[in-house]
Design a protein around this ligand. Sequence first.
Ligand SMILES: *[C@@H]1O[C@H](CO)[C@@H](O)[C@H](O)[C@H]1NC(C)=O
Ligand SMILES: *[C@@H]1O[C@H](CO)[C@@H](O)[C@H](O)[C@H]1NC(C)=O
Length: 414
Amino acid sequence: SSRPVKICSFQLRMDKKHCVKLSVQPSRALVDEKFIVLVQNAPPGFQMTIHSLHHSEDGHSWEAFGHYTADATGTVNVSQDHSVGGTYSGVEPMGLLWSLRPVPGSKSWLRFRKMNVETPMEVAISVYQGHQTVFVDQVQLASVVAERWYMAPGVRRIPVTESDLTATLFLPPGPGPFPGVLDLWGGGGQLVEYRSALLASHGFASLALDYLTAKITLKTGKMVENDYFETAYKFLQEHPQVSGSRIAMMGLSFGTAMTLKMAVYSEVMKLSCAVCISGSHVQPVNGSKAEKLLVSLQVGRLQCPLLLIVGEDDQNWAAPESAQDEMMEQAGNSHLLTLRSYPNAGHLIEPPYSPHTRARKKMNKKYDIIVVLWGGDTVAHSRAQEDAWRKTLAFLWENLYGRKNSAVTSMSHL
Ligand SMILES: *[C@@H]1O[C@H](CO)[C@@H](O)[C@H](O)[C@H]1NC(C)=O
Ligand SMILES: *[C@@H]1O[C@H](CO)[C@@H](O)[C@H](O)[C@H]1NC(C)=O
């Protein structure tokens, strides 16, 4: 239910019949749901800028905007009208989200990441007169706040403290049991929850697992061994609201290496399927991340269906997916492989409409500043994120529920 907000700006000397009306529908939605942004009641042919602004948890501001012209009825519908300029152009229903970027004057190299999934990402959508590019001190004609959620109503967030695991379990609404997903992120470490929260919003009991900066790693100073992942798997398997025979593992970047390793070598984990995003079948040996110790996994031994998602402009960790394909072909299990390869997409393939980050600056242990390049062209990358997420959900539904995802999942349907 959206609350249209009307503001008449007297500075514009608009008469009563030209109070610009703005609505966003739905104004409360999951992050992977589309919204419709509609401006009505503007003068015919009126030039306007539709702008989005988000203040992130870490104190930065992100914005996106498009330049539009009202039609003869004084309407702009962002879902079907062209933007002729701004942070995106053309008909881009979700451009106000995927083209979000730090406002001018921000620190460089920011990456958008929602850490508290119990609150929504709030985006203020506003209308300005004319085709603007600078928004400080400009008068808004109308403004609406859209809420974007990772957790659908009824999804439960359960911090896991047992068995030395650093993890959070997300359960879908209802009694279950639900199929499970073991969800791993990449080399940055930390317990990152938002993808698991979103998976639970789509019907999966999802365990976000930290394995690089986990409590046990900090305590021992050593990289976790296979048994850490097996403990996480058993935790899911034995949970009363998880269906123990239907568990998948999913990883991005370095998490892909862990996922493939466990899928190929673990005697304990019987995975129903695996999803690997922007990864590689090469593996660190003996707990070292040094590249010279990377060896090839025998992916030919893989026994479960594998969805491999690859950004072809991945500047971070070249993904030799053709090699993987070949190895599986040779071993006679290539029928298990589904490969989705996206031209001009980068490394960080996130849930749909997440802002695209090409590179990030970070410090290594010697406090040298290094730039990590993730690659991707923003438009192609955003298309890839949308498609890859739909394919991932469909793949998980097929292999864990044994059927197509017929449920339309949105905040309003739950
Ligand atoms: C806005 O455009 C979308 C996509 O074409 C359409 O479904 C929706 O009905 C339009 N809304 C209005 C009020 O025209
Ligand atoms: C890994 O460790 C084992 C046992 O300590 C050793 O035999 C092996 O050579 C090591 N492998 C590499 C690549 O260093």
